[in-house]
Each structure stands twice: as structure tokens, then as C-alpha cells.
Design a protein around this ligand. Structure first.
Ligand code: COA
Ligand code: AMP
Length: 632
């Protein structure tokens, strides 16, 4: 515990001293002499002459320092009725062996390895094995369709792909292999091999010339040692949605990730070595990278890997069971998960069946936390419930309550105050700071702290133009909001075409690209409409080609199917409406925000620049017919 104000201030006034000190808490092959090289901003380089290995910090170091017998990983899978505890020593053995298997398949330092896997221990083994070799992993979430996978294969150009025969969605088997085969067929880049884990639930068909069985691969492998890498070498690429359909390959470097993530475990989450930490997310998202895999392992915690859902596996008491059975100290999840539990068990009766006495705090992120959900979680759990705000780009939170430094008040509706390392401002369209309480663009003064993204894979110009050009000297978060007089941030909405569905980040532009490819669609727009469970859901508004004789009942199901096939079920695209014309400004800009307000039933003003006001009456009528826009 310490004095938050002075720690925060030091991080802003003397970032090099602050991050030099944090760097002493991790294991270097060669400790850095230079802490910060910002000569080519925004390509900030932290610890540029340091040499390190992330896997060593996550695994080997703990074995060497006497934690070998401590559980590193607890796997709890209600969907397969399996549980497994893996100690640090066992994890070291598994990771070293699989790293050997990757090496035999030709993987070397700097090569990319794409990982398309469900929530099983082998996925973590694969990630850490890449880090061991200094290879760059790129994990793709299982809910994406093969086209999205193909786009990522072409961008990352992996030498090897690691996969499993299936994922399991409650009681449905999702076969991964046909999706992977289709993606490789579609992609221009061809990996030289794929290593596949056959799960007992489903046997995948193998292609002899390319596919290697996981068990055969490790049976033939020799354990591989950690390969030292430069601190600034990439640890991974993680694709995330941007404004267009082309995903952005967020690159995270190695040294900055080790230092910052380890720092957050104590200072933000307040966990110590040996504590059980559970991020109920997916390894395909940034939360999974930072807080299922790396952060807790760097800190010598026990990380919990849960292959299940908050409800339905088997009931709304699943989270309480896991917390009690594995003595979880801290849980991190998205508010959607709590809304789902609250909907099924509004009085939280199921908590009475479980001993939650080890549980000390709930952290929420991924989407705005609505005050009723926060209040319900606080009442149900009787521990601090801390909303915190961050993004794939930052890798760890921009705003939070740093429970491990000083447990400040939680303010409902706010994800807390800027975390050490982040100097925030709220700017208006003229790039001027606004007064406390006024809404503007939420920006972070450069340099960004260690562990944030260092570039976009293969797209340094896009990195600069997407994030650093609108507000020179700042990182543009893409979120709008305000900071109140007490320094608490309020994150209100995205300023771009990104929407948040069940805590999953999606691009409306990407969905529009799919709809526009339908033969009967002349024009379209996709907006994120408020949803009680998932926060937002995409809604398509389509204009058909003139002369099209097929009707809405035929076309809409086709559109739904196309999005499922091109982007994946995770897009949760289930509704679209056919309208006569899209509302536009006189200069031709589609008025998406107005359509969203109509669909939400919230107050909206007739835009002064609209070319044809009558069209909005028609849209209102159409959306009301579909059940939208009735609340106010
Ligand atoms: N592989 C394949 N399909 C997947 C998938 C995966 N890894 N994850 C989700 N899907 C599918 C779902 O089965 C669903 O398919 P359907 O349309 O056939 O029903 C679709 O993608 C949409 O998924 P989702 O939006 O997650 O809805 P859901 O109804 O399955 O679950 C919640 C709703 C609230 C239970 C779930 O979203 C949840 O637990 N979210 C909060 C936690 C979280 O993961 N946050 C992420 C960032 S922290
Ligand atoms: P992702 O990159 O998938 O983590 O999504 C990041 C986006 O999710 C942010 O830019 C916000 O729009 C939103 N987000 C994440 N956490 C919060 C939060 N605590 N409050 C409000 N919005 C959030």
C-alpha cells in the first residue's frame, strides 16, 4: 500500500525513474541501461537495450525460485466435465517440449505462429512455447469464421498454425479443422505445417502433407530452452477491429509487456504470488493475453482457465462454484457476464450454496458498466467491484482504482482514475482541453507507458494515422467521455465505427462490407443498438437495388447467414431492416448516429444538414414495426 497521488505523480513527472524501478522486479538476460528511447515518437521504445525472455519470466523463473510445486494453472471445464491442475514445474516441462516441437517444425525467433484454439491448457502451452523461442504468436478467437482467419493468415504470414479439433459452446461442438482448412485454402500465404490437438469430443481429418498430430509432435521433440530476445522484439500480434473491415494487428513488445503486466498484478489487482486469479474471458481477446496468460504467470499467481459460460454450464451459479472451489481471490470479467447471471438469478440465490470467503474483488472491463449491474454485483458479492477501462491497444488499464496501492472510492458509472503511466486529457474538436465534466475525446499524452502497442503489424503508417494524427502529441483512444472534478473518468461512447457486443469489439464497417456484397443490396449501414444483455447488438439497414423483386423475408435471413459465414457467430448479427433510402447529409455522409438514436428510442434532433428529412419518418416506422425504438 502507498500514497496513490504521489506514486501517480512520479510516473508522470519522472517516467524513466518510475519504469526503471518497475523493471527491477523482472528477470533480464541483460538489464537495460537505457529506459526510454522516444526519438522516433510515436514509435516509443522502452528498455531498448534490455535482453529478456517472456516465457522465462512466466515459468522457469518460478521453478528456479522455489515455486515449482505451486499450481500455475487450474483448468476447469464444465463443458467437458474436466478439471486439471498444472504446477509451474509441470508447465515448464510441457512448454519446453512443445517449444521443441515447434522448433522441429521450423519455427525460429521472429517467425509468426498462428494459434486457433479453444480454452484448454494446451493453448497456453502453445502461447508460452512461442514466447520461449522468441517466435511471435497471433491468437485468433474461435468465434471468428474462416474468412477472418484467412485475413489474419495473410497478414501475419505464420510459418506454423497450432489448432485443436474443436471448441465447445455449452453443448455444441464447433469443429475447427474445416474452418482452418477453408481459411488456408482461401489465404494466399500457406503455412508450412499445422499442429493439431485431437480432442476426445471430435476427431479432425488430417492432411498428411501438412498436419501434424500434437502428441506425435511432442513425442518426437526435445525440450527447447528460452531464447533471449531484445526487449523491443515483438511478443505477439493480436488483431482487433478498426473502422474498416481490415483488422488491425496490434503489436506488443516483450520487455515492456513483462514489466507492465507484472506491475499491474500487485498494484491494480492486489494479488500476491500464490493467489488464485481468474480472468473469465477468452485467450483470443486481449484480456486473455494479459490476464489469463501473461500477467498472473509473471507474478507467480495461479491462473484459472475456465471453459464454460456464466450461465448454462450448468446454471447461473457457475461463477460462484468456480470461485469457491478454487479459492479465487480476484475475478475479472465483462459486465455482460454479470447481466447474464442477474437475468437468470436476480436475487443471487445460488450464492448461498457456495463459500465465497476467499474472494476479495471483482474487476470489470470490456464495455461500459451500467450502474444497476455494478450495484447488483456489489450487493451480491460484498466485495469491491471495480470497473476499469482499457483497450487491445493499451494491453492494460488506462483508468482503474489501483486497489493494491490505495483503495479509493468507487464511483458508479466511472471506470476510475488514470493509472500510473497514463496522463489523460479530454480535448475538443479544436484540440483544446475542455473543462472538468465536459465531454470530449479521451486522449493520453505521449509517451505511452511500457506494454502498450508498439506498432501495427506491417502497417506503421496506419499506426500513425489511426491514433496519433488527429491530436498531435497524444494517443487518441477512440473513446469519448469526460473527467469530473475529482479526476474520475467517464467513458461514454466510441468516436468511430466500433461497437461492443457482449464485451467483444466489432467493426460495423466490417459488417457493412459483408452486407454490401449481397447481390440485392445497393447500400447499407450498420449501427450498434442498445441491448439489455449484450450492451449493444448490430442492426443492419439496407437499401435494395431498384427493380429487386425479392422481399425482406427472403433477403434478411440471407444477410444474417452471410455475416455468420464471413465474420463469425461472434458478430451476433441477427437483425436487419430494408428501408427505401439511407438518411444522409447534403455532402453524402450517412447519418448513422441518428438511426441509432431512433432504434434506441432515445431523443434525437433532426440534423441540420440532412438532405431529405422525410426519410427519417419511414425509418422510424420500419424500426418500430421490428420492435425497436419504443422506449424513451
Ligand atoms: N467459438 C465459437 N463460437 C463462439 C465462441 C467461440 N469461442 N464464443 C462465442 N461463440 C458463439 C456463441 O455460441 C454464439 O453463437 P450463436 O449465435 O449460435 O448462439 C455467438 O458466438 C455469440 O456469442 P456471445 O455474444 O458470447 O453470446 P452467447 O449468447 O453465447 O453468450 C454471454 C452470452 C453473456 C454468456 C457471453 O457473451 C459472455 O460470457 N460474455 C462475457 C465474458 C466475455 O467473454 N467477455 C469478453 C471480453 S472480456
Ligand atoms: P477491446 O479493445 O476489445 O478491449 O475494446 C476496447 C473498447 O471497449 C474501449 O475502447 C471502450 O470503447 C470499451 N471499453 C473497455 N472497457 C471499458 C469500460 N470499463 N468502460 C467503458 N468502455 C469500455
Amino acid at each position: 500500500m502507498g500514497d496513490f497521488a504521489s506514486i501517480y505523480q512520479q510516473s508522470i513527472d519522472e517516467p524513466e525513474t518510475f519504469w526503471a524501478q518497475a523493471a527491477q522486479d523482472v528477470q533480464w538476460v541483460t538489464p537495460p541501461q537505457t529506459i526510454l528511447d522516444d526519438s522516433d515518437s510515436p514509435f516509443t521504445r522502452w528498455y531498448p537495450d534490455g535482453v529478456i525472455n517472456a516465457c522465462y519470466n512466466a515459468v522457469d523463473y518460478h521453478v528456479e525460485s522455489g515455486r515449482g510445486d505451486q499450481p500455475a494453472l487450474i483448468y476447469d471445464s464444465p463443458v467437458t466435465d474436466a478439471k486439471q491442475t498444472i504446477t509451474y514445474a509441470e508447465l515448464q516441462e510441457k512448454v519446453a517440449l512443445f517449444a521443441g516441437a515447434l522448433k522441429s517444425a521450423g519455427v525460429e525467433k521472429g517467425d509468426r505462429v498462428l494459434i486457433y484454439m479453444p480454452m484448454i491448457p494446451e493453448s497456453i502451452t502453445a502461447v508460452l512455447a512461442c514466447a520461449r523461442l522468441g517466435a511471435v504468436h497471433s491468437v485468433v478467437f474461435g468465434g471468428f469464421a474462416s474468412n477472418e482467419l484467412a485475413v489474419r493468415i495473410d497478414d501475419a504470414q505464420p510459418k506454423v498454425i497450432v489448432t485443436a479439433s474443436c471448441g465447445i459452446e455449452i453443448n455444441r461442438i464447433i469443429e475447427y479443422k474445416p474452418l482452418l482448412d477453408a481459411a488456408i485454402a482461401e489465404a494466399k500465404h500457406k503455412p508450412s505445417a499445422s499442429i493439431l490437438l485431437q480432442r476426445p469430443q471430435c476427431q479432425a481429418e488430417m492432411i498428411d502433407s501438412r498436419d501434424i498430430d500434437w502428441h506425435d509432435a511432442i513425442a518426437a521433440a526435445k525440450p527447447a530452452d528460452c531464447v533471449p530476445v531484445q526487449s523491443t522484439d515483438p511478443l505477439y500480434i493480436l488483431y482487433t477491429s478498426g473502422t474498416t473491415g481490415a483488422p488491425k494487428g496490434v503489436v506488443r513488445d516483450t520487455g515492456g509487456s513483462v514489466v507492465s503486466l507484472k506491475w499491474t498484478m500487485k498494484n491494480i489487482y492486489d494479488v500476491d504470488p500464490g493467489d488464485v486469479y481468474w480472468a473469465a474471458s477468452d485467450i483470443g481477446w486481449v484480456v486473455g493475453h494479459s490476464y489469463i496468460i501473461y500477467g498472473p504467470l509473471f507474478a507467480g499467481n495461479t491462473t484459472l482457465l475456465y471453459e464454460g459460460k456464466p450461465v448454462g454450464t450448468p446454471d447461473a451459479g457457475a461463477f460462484w462454484r468456480v470461485i469457491s472451489e478454487h479459492k479465487v481471490k480476484v475475478l475479472f470479467t465483462a459486465p455482460t457476464a454479470f447481466r447474464a447471471i442477474k437475468r437468470e438469478d436476480p436475487e443471487a440465490k445460488l450464492t448461498s450454496q457456495y463459500d465465497l470467503s476467499h474472494f476479495k474483488a471483482l474487476f470489470l472491463a470490456g464495455e461500459r458498466c451500467d450502474p444497476p449491474t455494478l450495484a447488483w454485483a456489489e450487493k451480491t458479492l460484498g466485495v469491491p467491484v471495480i470497473d476499469h477501462w482499457w483497450q487491445t491497444e493499451t494491453g492494460w488499464s488506462i483508468c482503474a482504482i489501483c486497489k493494491g496501492i490505495e483503495m479509493r472510492d468507487v464511483v458508479s458509472g466511472s471506470p476510475g482514475q488514470p493509472v500510473p503511466g497514463y496522463q489523460m486529457d479530454v480535448l475538443d474538436a479544436d484540440k483544446k482541453p475542455v473543462a472538468a465534466g465536459e465531454i470530449g475525446a479521451l486522449v493520453v499524452k505521449l509517451p505511452l507507458p511500457p506494454g502498450t502497442f508498439s506498432t501495427l503489424w506491417g502497417a506503421p503508417e496506419r499506426f500513425k494515422s489511426s491514433y496519433f494524427e488527429t491530436f498531435p502529441g497524444y494517443y487518441e483512444t477512440g473513446d469519448a467521455g469526460y473527467i469530473d472534478e475529482n479526476g474520475y473518468a467517464f467513458v461514454m461512447a466510441r468516436t468511430d465505427d466500433v461497437i461492443n457486443v457482449a464485451g467483444h469489439r466489432l467493426s460495423t464497417g466490417a459488417i457493412e462490407e459483408v452486407l454490401a456484397a449481397h447481390r440485392d443490396v445497393a447500400e447499407c449501414a450498420v449501427v450498434g443498438v442498445a441491448d439489455e444483455l449484450k450492451g449493444q447488438l448490430p442492426l443492419g439497414l439496407v437499401v435494395l437495388n431498384s427493380g429487386c423483386e425479392r422481399d425482406e423475408e427472403t433477403i434478411v435471413p440471407e444477410l444474417v447467414q452471410m455475416v455468420r459465414e464471413r465474420i463469425g457467430p461472434v458478430a451476433a448479427f441477427k437483425s436487419a431492416a430494408v428501408i427505401g433510402r439511407l438518411p444522409k447529409t447534403r455532402s453524402g455522409k450517412i447519418l448513422r448516429a441518428t438511426m441509432r438514436s431512433i432504434a434506441d428510442g432515445s431523443n434525437w434532433k433532426m440534423p441540420a444538414t440532412i438532405d431529405d428529412p422525410v426519410i427519417l419518418d419511414e425509418i422510424t416506422e420500419t424500426l418500430q414495426r421490428l420492435g425497436y425504438g419504443r422506449s424513451s
